[in-house]
Design a protein around this ligand. Structure first.
Ligand code: PHB
Length: 379
């Protein structure tokens, strides 16, 4: 079971620390501080099972210090988009086993991101055409992707208090499946407007039971989920992702600079592998609140992974100054399977093609050239 209280020792940013300085992450040695961020690509096979092109995609990116998989649903209820993988069936576990074997075969490390979308779903994606579940019956603005194209969000059903243990169990069982599939750890997705984030922020959580109202109550589900997952993995095999100021998915908190350092402070005591923070607003809304990474980092006190629009230079500066221990890159990793080598040699980067981010085939997925291929083409 979980051993708490021991506060994780941050890997100190000794002078000369670079993106290429190895790092200890719980029991794992990480070769460099360049992390592949979780990226939804909507290319899983039937039954939300990882397939051969997914194996190739992750294997190509194995030189990342750590890969965090695309968000992966913990249960049929957790599904929010077509073509996203799950980790709740035997077939999905077997599909992911092929991915972890391929990444490990190339010397890589890989965590699975555990995901329940909550209200960011649609009856057409839910078992029995049910309403999506959420902390409160508040409809997100706008439309969502379904098998039949864009459809307006529906008003979700508020979870009953006695359903909460079942939600925690979905995460625990999925974490056990991730262990069986050969991952090196798991990341609890509590960011970007999905279920756990919906509980954290006061605009989406209007509950009056033990899971809503006060800050202490709003963080309860995340802590209980994280403890359940740590019961499977040990806390040192578990990271958590937060996004304090991201307004994506109709998210808002009235006091993010109080809420999120508090959340980070509560997570501190668990001794997690890392805290992963989306530092930006993904939709670039003019009304996004201010953010202070230092407040999050010092409240958490352990290994801090920064994410959000970093390039080689800014990431190197963050790691050198101790502002971050690890930096996760999204779009650059889509377009550059050998991003680590390119950063090391300050080589030019391929440009990501937004049109092929979500769904489709190998094009824009496994066909971005490696540096040596580009050089061969130039000769
Ligand atoms: C997306 O599908 O746009 C998406 C999924 C998961 C995230 C963020 C965005 O955390």
């Amino acid at each position: 079971m979980m051993t708490t209280t021991e506060v994780q020792i941050t890997n100190p940013a000794t002078p000369g620390t670079s993106l290429f300085t190895p790092l200890r992450l719980g029991p794992l040695g990480i070769e460099n501080r360049i992390v592949m961020a979780p990226l939804t690509r909507n290319r899983a096979g039937p039954g939300n099972v990882p397939r051969t092109m997914n194996v190739e995609y992750y294997a190509q990116r194995a030189s990342a210090g750590l890969i965090i998989t695309e968000a992966t649903q913990v249960s049929p209820q957790g599904v929010g988009y077509p073509g996203t993988p799950g980790i709740h069936s035997d077939e999905q576990v077997a599909g992911w086993r092929r991915v972890t074997d391929a990444v490990h075969g190339r010397g890589g490390r890989i965590f699975l991101q555990l995901w329940h979308v909550g209200r960011i779903s649609h009856p057409s994606l839910q078992p029995g055409g049910a309403l999506p579940v959420a902390p409160s019956a508040i409809r997100p603005e706008g439309e969502t992707f379904t098998e039949d194209g864009l459809r307006p969000f529906v008003t979700p059903r508020a979870l009953e208090t006695d359903e909460i243990p079942g939600v925690i169990e979905q995460f625990r069982a999925a974490a056990a499946n991730a262990h069986e599939a050969g991952f090196d750890g798991v990341e609890v997705h509590a960011a970007n407007g999905y279920l756990l984030d919906q509980f954290l922020r006061d605009h989406s959580n209007r509950r009056s039971d033990a899971y809503g109202g006060s800050l202490e109550n709003r963080v309860r589900l995340l802590l209980e989920v994280t403890e359940a997952v740590a019961g499977v993995w040990g806390a040192e095999g578990v990271g958590v992702r937060l996004s304090p100021i991201n307004t994506f998915n109709s998210m808002w908190d009235s006091r993010p600079r109080v809420t999120f350092p508090y959340v980070a402070g509560r997570l501190k005591d668990l001794g997690l592998a890392y805290l992963h923070v989306v530092e930006t607003d993904m939709v670039g809304s003019a009304s996004a609140p201010a953010f202070d990474a230092d407040e999050m980092r010092s409240a958490f006190g352990g290994t801090y992974m920064a994410n959000g629009g970093y390039d080689n230079e800014r990431a190197a500066a963050a790691v050198a100054s101790g502002a971050a221990d690890l930096v996760a890159f999204g779009a650059p990793f889509i377009a550059n399977p050998d991003l680590v080598e390119r950063f090391a040699g300050k080589a030019p980067l391929n440009t990501p093609d937004q049109a092929t981010f979500y769904g489709g085939d190998e094009r824009g997925y496994t066909d971005y050239p490696f540096l040596d291929e580009t050089e061969t083409l130039r000769q």
